[in-house]
Design a protein around this ligand. Sequence first.
Ligand SMILES: [Zn+2]
Length: 390
Amino acid sequence: MTVRNAYRHAAALTLTVAALLPMPLVSATAATADQGATSAHLEAGDPSGEALRLLAQPPFPPTDLSLLATQAYPAGPPMQPAPPRAITVSELVRQLNTTLKLRGRRAVEEGLAVFQSQQISAIVPDLNLRAALASLASSPAAGSIQTVREGLVRRVAFAALPNPSVIAQTFTAPHGQIDIFVNQRYRYEDFRLLGVTLSHETLHQDGTFNNNEEAISATLHTAYYGQLLLEQPQLATSRTELARRLNTGLMALLNTRDDLGRQRLTHATGNVLPGTVPPLPSFGAAYLGITPGGGTATDPTSTPGNANLDFYLNAITRTRHTGAAFNTATVQFLDHHQAWATPSQRIRLAHLLKLRLPSRPGKHIPQGPVKMHPSPATDGLAWRGSGSGT
Ligand SMILES: [Zn+2]
């Protein structure tokens, strides 16, 4: 606890996310939350409101199942992780430079410092995983780097996991530390995709899990993945297994929006994975469950938050507060306050994922010609893996 409290204090001092919409987490009423969501999404870049009118239409169906996970869309081609290849220091440094320079010189300096750090190399000896962590510099997920630096993580490595379908898993270690093991299937995946995974796992810090913790962590990593694709759009179409799984989550999140086109978490106007059976009523429902009436369930339990959660949450919602927990209040906050992409950027992401957009706002979206086989009850939810792993 001493280490964790010290970390919480240190991280609180290093919060650098601009407070564009300062609002205390627990006092956001429904009315103010709605106003906040509106102002967060009526941003520059969509002066005509065209993007928002498109987003106000029902969920966009897929047109290219080779971009999506077969757990959600079994009619798609079989999934294969990135094949074995040589991974060299020089190539990773080159790609880190290319990636991070879009975020400014400080991001490049910080990312390379992480990659070359002896302290971090001892915790993350694998080159690809260390580049993954370094790729989070100056991003909403940068709190993951701080989590590792502050000594909360004993080891990050590839391994065979108890459940071979999960992407990564966090285990408690002695002295309040955690071990993060990433499925060895993904050893050769792009480090930037692996970075998204690490950003999720570093949110799990105390060995406790509940549905809220998974829903919140998945929302944050998927929002960051969306931002990453805006920087590196080619990652969307690599068609590797990890990319397809992340794409499927992003599709579900993008489709989780209300009839005003606002980004939501637990409310949508239709099946957010169009064509799957049973329908998934929201991104959040993949983790929180589905009510008998077909809505998104809630989880009344709470698990403790941490400084990384505060940092990530502030970055994705453009707010500034501390002390968030993995509970319904934080789920509801994300339902109303996601601000990680403008309406135009969300439309751009829908294009990158080759979703079928309505030709004219207001026109009904045709569901064909993609054919999908009905899947068993849990398959529509299984694109995320299961258990405490991602
Ligand atoms: Zn998780």
